[in-house]
Design a protein around this ligand. Structure first.
Ligand SMILES: NC(=O)c1ccc[n+]([C@@H]2O[C@H](COP(=O)([O-])OP(=O)(O)OC[C@H]3O[C@@H](n4cnc5c(N)ncnc54)[C@H](OP(=O)(O)O)[C@@H]3O)[C@@H](O)[C@H]2O)c1
Length: 427
């Protein structure tokens, strides 16, 4: 018996998925025993020329046809954005149709509502491609690690920003030149703001927090800093200290609740995440019993993402045909969200200061008053000015910020040129 598939979206991911469902149909059937038949494809523009021609009888411009058409057993949403994707996914679930989506923005923003609808109808809502593209990460977190006490998930989950930071580190390029190259190669959109601001990574951090700790974190509550203010001097400072700069998405369990955050971070050059170069993504999971795990691979691109979507489609189809639950049932519950101020962080600060007697003592006093102790201080004097690079010990984020405010107010500090957190360095 064949399973009728309706796909909303035939762009980068949808186009690749369509190619696979058509050209690999026999292969999938031979491996899984399932006959997956594409019966409807919703697009915005029915007349658009596409690399993989879709027969016109399969095309609709009304996504809700995927819900109302009885020949569609399973809905794949690969168009992106909150609407009309959200209305489609909810209506399909309420109609008892399993849904597969690659839409991190939608899952992050509406997880409680959508998973409640899936549970009420007893159908799966699968989203392996929403974080890490082609990297299997949702299943490992929800199935293999279901019995593990995960303490922290740290990821490089945005290929565009990792490409830019790698080019700045390895080629010595400015931020602007590295961004232009990322755009030329198609790694960055003409409007790169969702990537470089950390918004894309924040949605993924929220999802990772939900999966690892079962607590839904509203993406609007994910602490977020982008990479657009980083310069070559920051990369040089990182290198001097034996660190590499990355945009990290961190989801962690703290004594006061769950926290998700996205910001540039210095990590030790021998940390497994430091080796992740270019547009590659990686997710580093720390568990009490299992230790550290690293998942790495292509975080985007039509074909790798379509592989993850197709895996979900196969699981959902198996479930439809067997009538018993195959896919994991995921619940994003409500729980305590920690205040970032209370979470211990380590900072690296680059200060432009007066080079005169007593300056270091006054700077040290500001840190001391804020309750932050110093791990290392490196000074490069140039006549009456000096650059200081200070690495702190772990202290609550709120204390680190108090120290920063104190330094900014200090007359001997001409400029706090950079304040970047250090992660993954427990030495
Ligand atoms: N691209 C990746 O590497 C990647 C990786 C992981 C996850 N994802 C996620 O996968 C999803 C799809 O991304 P993509 O890169 O494939 O997007 P895309 O290339 O922009 O394609 C979007 C598709 O959706 C269709 N569409 C948009 N609005 C529509 C509407 N109102 N009604 C009907 N169809 C509509 C478009 O139709 P037209 O073709 O007619 O314009 C297009 O076919 C997003 O949620 C994205 O975050 C993408």
């Amino acid at each position: 018996m064949s399973v009728g598939i309706g796909i909303a979206g035939a762009g980068t991911v949808g186009g690749a998925l369509l190619r696979r469902l058509v050209t690999d149909r026999a292969v999938v059937t031979a491996r899984t025993g399932l006959d997956l038949e594409v019966r409807l494809v919703a697009v915005r523009d029915a007349d658009k020329a596409r690399p993989h021609q879709i027969p016109s009888r399969l095309i609709t411009t009304d996504v809700m046809d995927l819900v109302t058409d009885d020949s569609i057993d399973l809905v794949v949403e690969v168009m992106g954005g909150l609407e009309p994707a959200g209305t489609l996914v909810l209506a399909a679930l309420q109609a008892g149709k399993p849904v597969v989506t690659a839409n991190k923005e939608l899952i992050a923003a509406r997880a409680p509502q959508l998973f409640a609808a899936a549970a009420a109808s007893g159908v799966p809502l699968l989203f392996e491609a929403a974080v890490g593209g082609g990297i299997p990460i949702i299943r490992p977190l929800t199935e293999t690690l279901a019995g593990e006490q995960v303490s922290r998930v740290m990821g490089i989950v945005n290929g565009t920003t990792n490409f830019i930071l790698s080019a700045m580190t390895e080629q010595g390029w400015s931020y602007g030149d590295a961004l232009a190259e990322a755009q030329r190669l198609g790694y960055a959109e003409p409007d790169p703001s969702a990537d470089v601001s950390g918004a894309d990574a924040a949605a993924k951090a929220a999802i990772l927090a939900g999966l690892a700790f079962g607590v839904w974190v509203d993406p609007a509550r994910v602490y977020r800093e982008g990479i657009d203010r980083l310069g070559v001097a920051d990369l040089a400072a990182a290198k001097r200290l034996g660190y590499v700069l990355k945009l990290l998405a961190v989801a962690e369990r703290t004594p006061s609740g769950v926290l998700a955050r996205v910001h540039p971070a210095m990590i030790p050059a021998d940390h497994p995440l430091a080796a992740i170069r270019g547009a590659t993504n990686a997710i580093f999971i720390s568990g009490h019993a299992v230790g550290d795990l690293l998942f790495a691979g292509p975080g985007a691109g039509g074909d790798p993402t379509a592989t993850a979507v197709l895996g979900d489609v196969i699981d959902a189809a198996r479930e439809l045909l067997s009538g018993s639950s195959v896919a994991p049932r995921i619940a994003f519950g409500l729980g305590e969200i920690a205040s970032f101020d209370e979470v211990p962080t380590r900072w690296c600060l680059r200060l432009e200061v007066q080079d005169s007697p007593g300056v270091l003592a006054r700077i040290a006093a500001v840190f001391g008053d804020a309750g932050v102790s110093l791990r290392s201080v490196w000074q490069d004097g140039r006549g009456d000015r000096a650059t200081l690079i200070v690495v702190t010990h772990l202290a609550p984020e709120g204390s680190q910020r108090r120290a920063l405010a104190g330094l900014e107010a200090l007359d001997v500090v001409a400029e706090v040129a950079a304040a970047i957190r250090v992660e993954g360095d427990d030495s």
